[in-house]
Write a protein that binds this ligand. Structure first.
Ligand code: UD1
Ligand code: MG
Length: 421
């Protein structure tokens, strides 16, 4: 099985310098969601790039090894986009799934059900459809009197009567490639937008006596497409709600789902409590019985073991924190490895970035280390097992096991100074 992801369009309505598919939901680009959901279904995927191709290519090449990018220039429509892949699949005999790069809510399970349906009825072309209250802008599914699929009519080509149809094209297809590949050299631009429409393969299939079918998806949320900033906010909310509900089913307490944001790629163990106004983005793993927040910010690549407490106004990035460790208040923990039974006092900062060299360095706190309040740990730095750092310390050198590091100026108390002055 191969997959093709359409991502060459401009995304005009985003009013952005960034290509639409690289806009992010909780620190992951829209295209990343689609690619993650097909990666266990297709052994190879093709992303059609066009508008700002280099940026999209860079994201794909850096993050996905079994995904190729294919340039479409100029962009003459969705059918034209798919035809760009034909030279790569000349000898391919199997199924091809087509998706849009701007619809991140589709799940792997739905894609599996969709492909399963296509195979079980020996379909040649299967299109995913769904029923929506407001079908504006979608292609409408036109059915025969016997209810079989006839064609798809785009909004701009639809008659008044057709515009009332609420079954719409979700933009996801499964094709028996050998039987359908010839269609792509035969599409025309005979329509209101003067484009090669991918949707015309339905009619082509009918004409060529292929088995053409629709798979009606009950949960229309999954095919929500993003065309504007408002759509992006709505999709973020839907994605978050879905995640929080799943976490609660799995035994995580979310005190206030209304103010909590947790990315799809965050795994959380049971009996962990997430307090209000917590924002967790990117890829993270949190253990059992932890307390996170209120007002905590996990920025990705964070691994937290069991019984850890991350409290108010604590920001954590790219760090490993072992079990029974606390960082209760007002801290920044970045590029760090922290052992178990460590206590990080209020206001502790890992100074991980050198703005002169632009190098980020690591802070390592071994087991049982105690850091006093308001300490600055200037990385690279290692605080060995059991060592203590006094409050207010600025630690620029490694500290040996069980030592105390203290950088405080001696305290002076001048008796009656206030009265005298
Ligand atoms: C398309 C479908 C419509 C369906 C809707 C679902 C067609 C003709 N219409 O309409 O039936 O209801 O999706 O969301 O297919 N793209 C390219 N190259 C191009 C043109 C588009 O790669 O030359 C990409 C876009 O980046 C986008 C996707 O294809 O990811 C869909 O294009 P878009 O213009 O958004 O199509 P719709 O008008 O939404
Ligand atoms: Mg369009």
């Amino acid at each position: 099985m191969k997959s093709i992801i359409l991502a060459a369009g401009k995304g005009t309505r985003m009013k952005s310098d960034l290509p639409k598919v690289l806009h992010e939901i909780m620190a992951k680009p829209l295209l990343g969601y689609v690619l993650d959901n097909v990666k266990n279904i297709a052994d190879e995927s093709f992303v059609i790039v066009g508008h700002q191709a280099e940026a999209v290519e860079k994201f794909v090449n850096q993050n996905y090894s079994n995904v190729k990018t294919v340039l479409q220039s100029p962009q003459l429509g969705t059918g034209h986009a798919v035809s760009m892949v034909c030279p790569h699949l000349v000898d391919f005999d199997g199924e091809v799934v087509i998706l849009c790069g701007d619809s991140p809510l589709i799940t792997e399970k739905t894609l599996r059900d969709f492909v399963q349906y296509h195979k079980s009825i020996n379909s040649d072309i299967t299109v995913m459809s769904t029923i929506v209250e407001n079908p504006t802008n979608y292609g409408r599914i036109i059915r025969d009197i016997d209810n079989s699929l006839e064609c798809i009519v785009e909004e701009k080509d639809a008659s008044v009567e057709q515009k009332n149809i609420k079954e719409v094209n979700a933009g996801i297809y499964c094709l028996n490639w050998n039987k359908i590949k010839d269609a792509f050299s035969q599409l025309t631009t005979n329509n209101a937008q003067g484009e090669y429409y991918l949707t015309d393969i339905i009619e082509w299939g009918k004409l060529n006596k292929l088995s053409v079918n629709a798979f009606i998806l009950a949960n229309k949320e999954e095919v929500y497409g993003i065309n504007s900033r408002a759509n992006l906010a709505e999709a973020t909310k839907m994605m978050n709600e879905r995640k929080l509900n799943q976490l609660m089913v799995d035994g995580v307490t979310i005190v206030d789902p209304g103010s909590t944001w947790i990315s799809e790629d965050t795994v959380i163990g049971s009996d962990t409590i997430i307090y209000p106004s917590t924002y967790i983005e990117g890829k993270n793993k949190i253990g059992k019985n932890c307390k996170i927040g209120p007002f905590a910010h996990l920025r990705g690549d964070v691994e937290i073991a069991d019984n850890v407490k991350i409290g108010n106004f604590v920001e954590v990035k790219k760090s490993k924190i072992n079990s029974n460790t606390n960082a209760g208040h007002l801290s920044y923990i970045g590029d760090s490895e922290i052992g178990s039974h460590v206590n990080i006092g209020a206001g502790t900062i890992t100074a991980n970035y050198n703005p002169l060299t632009k190098v980020k360095s690591k802070t390592i706190l071994e087991d049982n280390v105690k850091i006093g309040s308001n300490a600055v740990l200037v990385a690279p730095v290692v605080i060995e097992e059991g060592a203590n750092v006094g409050a207010g310390g600025v630690i620029t050198k490694n500290v040996k096991s069980w030592a105390l590091a203290i950088t405080r100026a001696p305290l002076r108390v001048l008796e009656n100074w206030v009265k005298k002055n």
